[in-house]
Write a protein that binds this ligand. Structure first.
Ligand code: ZN
Ligand code: ZN
Length: 387
C-alpha cells in the first residue's frame, strides 16, 4: 500500500466509516476509491465497522499514515472490553466475525447521531469535513449527547431513513458517489416511475425548530443516566459497577442491563413504579404497546414464532431507550443482595408466568453476572415462600 497524498487525523471516538467518508471528501474522491487505495476489503462489508484482520489493518494504517493503534481505535471490537453485548464471553459467537450479526445491542446498519456534533467544533478541518460519526452512537446504550444536552436523532429528517443506513452488505451506502458531504444522507430514493437514482442528500446537521425536548425533570434524569453509562464505557473508566448487590466487572454490568431491559418489557407494567418521571413511564408504556403488537403479528407467521424477540431488543427511539435504561439501572443499583432480590422478584415471577423459555434464556450463566444471577435465581419451593 502506497501512502495517500494526504490523510487526516482521526477525531476522538470516530468510526472507521466516518473516517473514510471524511477522507474521501478531503481528497475529492469516492469512499469506494478510498477503500481500494487503502487495502480495505472491497465493497466495504459491514464487518469493517467491527474488526479488521492484521493485513487490512496494517495496510490501512500505512496508506493513511496512522499508527495501527489509531486504526483499531476506530473499530467497535475494542469496545467489547467494557461493553458486554460486544464481549465474546458474555455474547458468545461461533466466530469473532459473527459478533455483529443478529446482535440488536449494536447498531451496524444504521446509527444514532447528534446534529450539532456533526457540524463539528468550528476548527478549520471540521468546518470543511464535519465532526466525527462517533463509535458510541453505534451502541444503543447511547441515547443522548451529553455535550449538547439533547436526545440523539436516529433518522434522516427528510426521508426518515435510519441515519447511515447500510443497504445490502456494505458499511457505506453509495460507495461510488463523490458528490455528498460526510454529513449528508446517502439514502437512494428509488422512484420506479422516473428511474431516479439520486441520493436524498438531506443535511443531517439540520435541527428541526419545531422539535421539543422532554420536561426538565426528565432531561435531568436522562443526563445523569447517560453520564454514568458513558463514564463506564470510556477506557479510563472504573473497573467495576454495582449490579444487583455486588460490584461486577463493567462488561458484566452492561450485560445485566441488557437482560434487565428485556425483563422490564416482558413483565411490564410490573416495574412501572421504578420509572423516575411520568414522562419516562409513558415512554415505556408506548414502547411496550408496540412490542405487544409486534409479538402478536409474529404469532400469525409460519414456522418458529420467536414471539419473545420483540421484548429483548433495545428501543429504537432515544426517549424510550433512556427510560428503559434508567429503570434497569435503578433496579440494579443496590449494595444489598437481599434488596436486589426483593426488587427483581416481581419481575421474575411475571416473566416466568408469561414466557418460561425467555425467563430461562435471560438468566443463563453466560448472559448475566454472578450477582444478578443470584438475585433472579429460582429458590427451592420451600425457600421461595420464605423469601
Ligand atoms: Zn452533540
Ligand atoms: Zn434522507
Amino acid at each position: 500500500m502506497r501512502p495517500l497524498p494526504r490523510s487526516l487525523n482521526p477525531l476522538p471516538d470516530e468510526t472507521l466509516t466516518g473516517f473514510v467518508l471524511r477522507l474521501a471528501h478531503r481528497l475529492g474522491t469516492t469512499p469506494g476509491e478510498i477503500a481500494d487505495r487503502t487495502g480495505l476489503p472491497s465493497r466495504l462489508p459491514l464487518g469493517v465497522l467491527h474488526h479488521l484482520n492484521d493485513e487490512h489493518l496494517t495496510g490501512f494504517a500505512r496508506s493513511t499514515q496512522l499508527m495501527p493503534a489509531e486504526v483499531s481505535g476506530m473499530l467497535l471490537a475494542p469496545l467489547g472490553d467494557r461493553y458486554g453485548p460486544l464481549n465474546p464471553v458474555l455474547t458468545p459467537r461461533r466466530t469473532p466475525a459473527r459478533m455483529i450479526y443478529d446482535n440488536p445491542w449494536v447498531l451496524t446498519r444504521s446509527t444514532r447521531y447528534c446534529p450539532q456534533c456533526l457540524t463539528g467544533d468550528r476548527s478549520a478541518i471540521q468546518d470543511l469535513h464535519g465532526g466525527a460519526w462517533r463509535r458510541l452512537w453505534r451502541l444503543p446504550v447511547t441515547f443522548l449527547c451529553v455535550q449538547h444536552q439533547r436526545l440523539l436523532e436516529s433518522q434522516c429528517p427528510r426521508c426518515a431513513t435510519p441515519a447511515q443506513f447500510a443497504p445490502a452488505a456494505n458499511a457505506i451506502a453509495r460507495l461510488s458517489d463523490d458528490t455528498l458531504h460526510p454529513w449528508q444522507c446517502r439514502f437512494t430514493a428509488r422512484q420506479t416511475s422516473q428511474r431516479s437514482e439520486t441520493a436524498c442528500a438531506a443535511d443531517l446537521t439540520w435541527v428541526d425548530p419545531a422539535s421539543t425536548a422532554p420536561d426538565v425533570a426528565t432531561m435531568t434524569v436522562l443526563l445523569q443516566v447517560q453520564r454514568q453509562l458513558i463514564d463506564l464505557l470510556v477506557a479510563s473508566g472504573p473497573e467495576t459497577a454495582m449490579s444487583a448487590g455486588a460490584p461486577v466487572p463493567v462488561p458484566h454490568y452492561f450485560a445485566d442491563l441488557r437482560a434487565t431491559v428485556a425483563m422490564i418489557f416482558r413483565s411490564w407494567p410490573v416495574a412501572r413504579e421504578h420509572a423516575s418521571t411520568p414522562c419516562l413511564a409513558a415512554a415505556i408504556d408506548a414502547e411496550y404497546a408496540s412490542r405487544v403488537l409486534q409479538a402478536e403479528r409474529l404469532l400469525n407467521t409460519l414456522g418458529k414464532k420467536k414471539t419473545s424477540k420483540p421484548y429483548t431488543v433495545p428501543p429504537q427511539g432515544c426517549l424510550a431507550t433512556g427510560a428503559a435504561l434508567d429503570t434497569a439501572a435503578k433496579l440494579l443499583d443496590t449494595h444489598d443482595p437481599g434488596d436486589a432480590r426483593r426488587r427483581l422478584a416481581p419481575l421474575v415471577q411475571r416473566l416466568r408466568e408469561a414466557d418460561l423459555a425467555l425467563s430461562t434464556w435471560l438468566r443463563r450463566p453466560t448472559w448475566i453476572s454472578v450477582s444478578l444471577r443470584q438475585a433472579v435465581m429460582d429458590l427451592p419451593t420451600g425457600r421461595r415462600a420464605a423469601s
